[in-house]
Design a protein around this ligand. Structure first.
Ligand code: HEC
Ligand code: HEC
Ligand code: HEC
Ligand code: HEC
Ligand code: HEC
Length: 218
């Protein structure tokens, strides 16, 4: 009888361990699948109420980012231009363009244009534009070739591993501060050497500090 009892517990133990391992592996795979399915990312143009073109305004007309994104150097939020900003020009030029009808209507009714967000982080993540601008990280490093976009799209995933990759190796991405707003800047051939020099010059905090959880989850 003792032997049967022993045999029986053995089987239970084996089955239990197998089930636990299956649960752990399966659970891990399921979590990964779920994460990949709700967090899908595609580089696609976003349909906006007005087909606003950065290519026209930035590259063809030479308008600086800060003319429209007025708080990007001073605050966490870059700022989205008001209808008033559009009308400084469009009350004088292209005044009859049908594409600009929603802009004129917004101006007359005082209701702001409902731009659709292109880049957005979850609420539990802290992000700040001004610190990145002040330390020589260019708009196009995070937002891609904005000066070539007829319609704005999201260039990068904005996943945590994307942020951390740069916080671990800032010298691969930092550029001279005078080029932060440039849409034509290309990383130099000796980026690594220049990067290490700029990291020292701009007093960029060490990777150990800016990869701590508290930096982005406060
Ligand atoms: C004439 C005004 C104007 C100028 C100049 C301008 N932008 Fe914009 N920008 C807008 C408007 C309007 C939107 C919202 C519509 C859209 O997403 O295209 C926008 C949206 C964006 C977005 C996406 C915002 C989101 O929802 O995530 C980014 C990124 C951006 N601009 C970067 C830049 C950069 C970089 C420059 C300078 C190289 C620049 N912009 C110059 C008007 C402007
Ligand atoms: C500093 C002047 C200036 C400002 C500010 C400005 N635009 Fe423009 N916009 C232009 C010029 C110049 C053109 C002609 C584009 C070209 O062909 O290069 C234009 C063209 C356009 C067009 C295309 C019109 C058509 O019929 O083809 C749209 C749409 C537009 N702008 C939307 C906006 C919006 C929305 C804003 C505010 C967020 C804005 N613009 C702010 C100067 C400006
Ligand atoms: C280090 C990466 C990074 C750099 C550099 C950067 N951005 Fe952003 N930008 C982001 C992220 C991330 C978001 C989404 C923020 C959120 O949802 O809180 C964003 C959002 C925006 C938005 C939407 C409004 C807002 O503030 O949420 C605009 C407009 C914008 N960026 C413009 C710019 C311009 C102009 C520059 C350069 C002067 C720039 N960004 C530089 C990462 C960056
Ligand atoms: C291409 C490089 C790059 C990317 C991408 C990037 N960062 Fe940064 N970030 C930096 C640098 C450089 C600093 C400056 C560190 C310092 O203060 O010296 C910084 C600073 C910060 C700070 C302030 C840290 C402090 O205490 O001074 C926060 C918060 C932050 N980043 C959040 C984010 C988040 C969230 C993302 C992703 C959505 C992100 N960053 C993506 C380069 C980057
Ligand atoms: C440089 C910024 C940054 C740092 C540092 C950082 N995170 Fe995150 N974290 C993010 C961003 C951005 C997201 C949202 C995007 C995503 O889910 O990848 C996020 C999401 C998360 C999530 C939600 C997971 C999910 O898949 O939705 C958890 C949990 C998390 N972080 C934990 C941590 C822990 C623990 C640390 C420290 C070891 C840490 N983070 C450090 C930027 C950061």
């Amino acid at each position: 009888m003792a032997q049967v009892f022993k045999h029986y517990t053995n089987t239970v133990a084996k089955v239990t361990i197998a089930v636990v391992i299956l649960l752990i592996v399966g659970g891990g795979v399921a979590a990964w699948e779920v994460n990949n399915s709700y967090n899908v990312y595609r580089r696609e143009a976003v349909t906006q109420p007005v087909p606003f073109s950065h290519k026209h305004h930035v590259t063809d007309d030479g308008i600086d980012c800060r003319f429209c994104h007025t708080t990007v150097e001073t605050s966490s939020f870059a700022g989205i231009p008001s209808t008033h900003t559009c009308m400084t020009c469009h009350s004088k030029i292209w005044v009859n363009s049908p594409m600009l009808e929603p802009v004129r209507e917004s101006y007359l009714t005082d209701a702001s244009i409902a731009w659709v967000r292109v880049n957005a982080l979850p609420d539990f993540v802290y992000f700040n534009h001004s610190i990145h601008i002040a330390k020589g990280i260019g708009c196009t490093t995070c937002h891609g070739p904005i000066g070539d976009m007829p319609i704005t799209y999201r260039e990068n995933t904005l996943y945590m591993r994307w942020c951390i990759n740069c916080h671990k190796h800032p010298w691969r991405y930092v550029r001279p501060k005078k080029d932060v707003f440039s849409v034509t800047y290309k990383p130099l051939a000796d980026q690594d050497a220049l990067g290490h020099q700029l990291v020292r010059e701009y007093h960029i905090k060490p990777p150990l500090v800016i990869t701590s959880c508290y930096t982005c989850h406060r």
